[in-house]
Write a protein that binds this ligand. Sequence first.
Ligand SMILES: Nc1ncnc2c1ncn2[C@@H]1O[C@H](COP(=O)(O)OP(=O)(O)O)[C@@H](O)[C@H]1O
Ligand SMILES: [Mg+2]
Length: 629
Amino acid sequence: MSDNRAKKSKAPLKTLGRTLGFVIKNYPVHCVVVLICIIVSAMVTARGTMFTKELINDYIQPMLDGDLSSDVGFRELGHRILLIALMYAAGVFATFLLNRLMVYVTQGTLKIIRDTLFEHMEKLPISYFDRNERGDIMSIYTNDTDTLRQLISQSVPNMISNISTVITVLTSMIILSPLLTLTALVVVAVATAITRMLAGKSAKYFRKRQKNIGEVNAFIEETVEGQRVVKVFTHEDKIMEAFDEKNERLYDSTRLANGLANVVMPIMGNLGYLNYVVVAIVGGYLAVAGVGGFSIASLVPFLQFTRQFNMPISQFSQQLNSIIMALAGAERIFALLDAPIEEDEGYVTLVNARESEDGTLTECEERTGVWAWKHPHSADGTVTYTRLRGDIVFEHVDFGYVPEKTVLHDISLYARPGEKIAFVGATGAGKTTITNLINRFYDIQNGKIRYDGINIQKIRKSDLRRSLGVVLQDTHLFTGTVADNIRYGKLDATDEEVHAAAKLAGADYFISHLPNGYDTEITGDGANLSQGQRQLIAIARAAVADPPVLILDEATSSIDTRTEAIVQRGMDSLMEGRTVFVIAHRLSTVKNSSVIMVLSDGRIIERGSHDSLLEDRGVYYTLYTGNKK
Ligand SMILES: Nc1ncnc2c1ncn2[C@@H]1O[C@H](COP(=O)(O)OP(=O)(O)O)[C@@H](O)[C@H]1O
Ligand SMILES: [Mg+2]
């Protein structure tokens, strides 16, 4: 977990309201029943305790005084006890129901939250994932939902239960004796003040200990990870010394913290009895003196209330703390849910079409292999159809991932169907960025990008991306078979289509030598395949989709030169009749391109065919002759 994950919530009340609002919205009836259960069980306890007063006043005292015959007394007493027993049974049932409901409501809410989170995450723009680390996003699903579980299932119900206990107990105490209640409250206030003071002192040492534990752990983790480096540079002794120093500090702070805790804890634990003792003495005096009709019969339940009162009070600050911590988790969940989704104002869509003799296009339902852009014009209500060809034009495009830093400057280029456009240049020159703009992972600041003559801002993103095939350097494979992974490019592809695509990509040979051929399971992002084999599968995946425009970003960089020669043939047939953007380190791969663009610091500094660029003896010439070994 990184440091920027704040431990405390910034707007606790707002977040709490939102969290509870979420729960109540989904489970309104359950929440009402839960609240009733909590109140019932608090009232049952108070009523049960009150019963001792009636017991003494109505039966025991009269029987002792001889005012009540023991026959009648015991019978009535029996009835009352039965009634109280029933009431306690209701209390037990309320607690049972409460626990069952809480499990149901909590787990249900978590499921809804996970679903909502995932659904929302899928709609977020790529830039969200630039700004947020993978680990942080993961931890929203794991750690933060878990703290939310504790919040919903424990912290909040316990808090409500404690508050209702305090209210019922305090009311009962006031009914029994306002004067004695005041005494008890004063003692509680004094005890709380003492506790705070002592706890503050030891908390200081505990915080220091916590910090030292963190340092020792971090040091161990770093050393374990860097074991190879440590050994290679023979730093074992130095590292041992550094560890010793940190370990010593941990020892010191722990000793102090625990030493103080050994003194403080028992005092704090027994402060509750102070209240009990003071109330017993003062209450005993009041009863004997008969002040305000206070009697021993009232003192017995009052003492019990005093004890019931202590517990929620001492737990209060701890519970409040855990609620505030949990709310920080809830806040991160809401932050993801509030992240603005990827806007799509596009209205030009991609449809299946049929072309008549005279070249006019008509839209149709079935797959014809001919695609057309359907372009409605709001001005006159007409619809025009443009054949999907894969003609891409950049006109004076400027772009930066962040407003402060322009990454691409004045990029203009024309890519006609069937042409192969290559980008070469140093790492960070902006090659990948250009391709990110074609599929509209990001929007440009200046200029225009046209696709078959249509401004790509007008094209619906999903349709735009459907028309593009992208193979990246870091291929991502999903859990499933090899065939499933190729089919990812076109979900309804037949086995024949999958095999043909693999052949085209040059992946067929190695796949047929896998233990189960196309049915071989891919595990852990393709850990059982080599990097090159994964790229071949990714190329086959793009091939099966049969897109008019293909983007290959260092797609063959992990394939050895010999395999590349084989793949190259497949790639050449794959590229035929398509617009292809190729980015490659190995200049041999791009030699046969229609046009090669040399990028430097986000500018196209040279452009032309391989031969003409060599003739110019510019940057490309240096790159080519320098690279060629
Ligand atoms: N997601 C991003 N957010 C911010 N800056 C980025 C991002 N991706 C790339 N850049 C920056 O844009 C520039 C061009 O990067 P890129 O197009 O990936 O280079 P290339 O593919 O030519 O190696 C670099 O300076 C890089 O730091
Ligand atoms: Mg790149």
